[in-house]
Design a protein around this ligand. Structure first.
Ligand SMILES: [Zn+2]
Length: 279
């Protein structure tokens, strides 16, 4: 951060440990490196996520995922990590049946918890997910609803939906699906309606300078990269050669609430604040 620049507080809200690495890791690392305060909040410890039998046998999955989250957060420069304490709901076709499933949680109650953190932190910006939760996981859809409500309760000025440029994702998937050993369910068609159409995006954040931290954050979530039932996304992405990784994951996309999409896309997640405070 240059002399005279303002330090902001960014709260990044996610469903499960490892989601922060996939969608926002570069943005968080860049904000922290620029001198801003970065706070990571996850709704669940992700106990119902797929993982290999070997990892499950090695101890409680939730404990392991908590430790992985702490490692990822440390690599990214997060000043604080909080978990709202809900359970992973599982995918719609295979619900976990957990009593405290986040997807079935009362939105007001969950939002009040997150709003408490936003107020404590005097958060300037909050990242949530798009209304479809990217690829439709019920916990990710709930992050959108709970996050939006919490920002209203706390009066957080900037709300950013962390998403992916659908067009770019399709091109990246076509590339990845050609790698040896990648299963057929990694086909581009599976995610044809996922995330956000390019014309709806407001931000394209350049995080190529933070590829090392992003890769390290992904690698920290080792239990998610070793699932028995098919290659998980992280496992596939970590196998990309470094230059390809930088190309495929060197930008992160957002839709800012209340901002009309315009070209060129914004690179600064705090742009709305910078403009409102400049004289
Ligand atoms: Zn997730």
């Amino acid at each position: 951060m240059q002399t005279g620049e303002v330090s902001y507080t960014l709260v990044s809200f996610h469903a499960h440990p490892d989601d922060e690495a996939l969608l926002t890791a570069g943005t968080l690392a860049r904000a922290a490196a620029d001198g801003h305060r970065v706070v990571l909040v996850v709704a669940t410890v992700g106990g119902a996520g797929l993982a290999s039998a070997a990892v499950l046998a090695g101890g409680a999955l939730a404990e392991r995922r908590r430790a992985e989250l702490a490692r990822s957060a440390a690599v990214l420069g997060c000043a604080r990590v909080e978990c709202l304490g809900y359970d992973d709901s599982g995918m719609a076709e295979a619900p976990s049946g957990a009593r405290q499933a986040f997807a079935r949680a009362d939105v007001e109650e969950a939002a009040a918890r997150l709003a408490g953190i936003l107020r404590e932190e005097h958060a300037d910006a909050l990242t949530i997910y798009d209304p479809a939760g990217g690829y439709g996981h019920p916990d990710h859809v709930q992050v959108h609803h709970v996050g939006l409500r919490a920002a209203r309760l706390a009066g957080t000025p900037i709300v950013l939906e962390a998403t992916v440029d659908r067009g770019r994702l399709q091109r990246a998937l076509r590339l990845v699906s050609r790698l040896p050993g990648v299963p057929a369910d990694f086909a581009p068609a599976r995610l044809a309606d996922a995330y956000t159409a390019p014309e709806a995006l407001t931000h394209r954040v350049d995080v190529r300078g933070y590829a090392r931290q992003k890769r390290a954050a992904m690698a920290a979530h080792a239990s998610q990269a070793t699932a028995d039932s098919g290659v998980r996304t992280l496992g596939v992405l970590l196998r990309l050669p470094r230059p390809v990784f930088r190309w495929a994951l060197g930008h992160e996309w957002y839709v800012e609430h209340g901002r009309t999409p315009a070209r060129p896309l914004l690179d600064d997640i705090f742009a709305s604040l910078a403009r409102s405070t400049s004289t």
